[in-house]
Design a protein. Structure first.
Length: 128
């Protein structure tokens, strides 16, 4: 059993992260297949809690196309927050630091903070 199957067995919901380029769309079929297998055998209630667009570059037609396709497919599950392609986020691991701490003023760090707020808001709305 793969790590993906094991984590899906234990989870009620998963987060899906989508890179803003064409190859990222190829994972859509893989994710769907994995979720069907886990639901069918191990965890019938498994669901996608949210989908996050990452490495997004709105200056490219491809990035805009991928974002539109992901939003069309996943609808309200797609987070409003988008993580942009950001050099500072890419540099952080080589310095042994998380991106939000490596350069707290970068666009990428600000986006991850916004994502945390959005996730907290979604959970608060569900709890109410």
């Amino acid at each position: 059993m793969s790590a993906t199957h094991k984590s899906g067995t234990a989870a009620a919901q998963i987060e899906a992260f989508w890179a803003g380029y064409a190859e990222g769309l190829e994972g859509l079929a893989d994710l769907g297949g994995t979720m069907r297998r886990v639901r069918g055998v191990l965890n019938p209630s498994l669901d996608i809690e949210g989908v996050l667009l990452t490495m997004y570059d709105d200056r490219t037609n491809l990035g805009q196309l991928v974002a539109r396709d992901v939003r069309d497919f996943f609808k309200e599950k797609v987070f409003n927050t988008i993580i942009p392609r950001n050099v500072r986020l890419g540099e952080a691991p080589s310095h042994g630091m998380p991106g939000v701490l490596y350069d707290t003023k970068s666009r990428g760090a600000a986006a991850y903070i916004a994502l945390a707020r959005e996730m907290l808001s979604r959970h608060a709305d569900r709890a109410a």
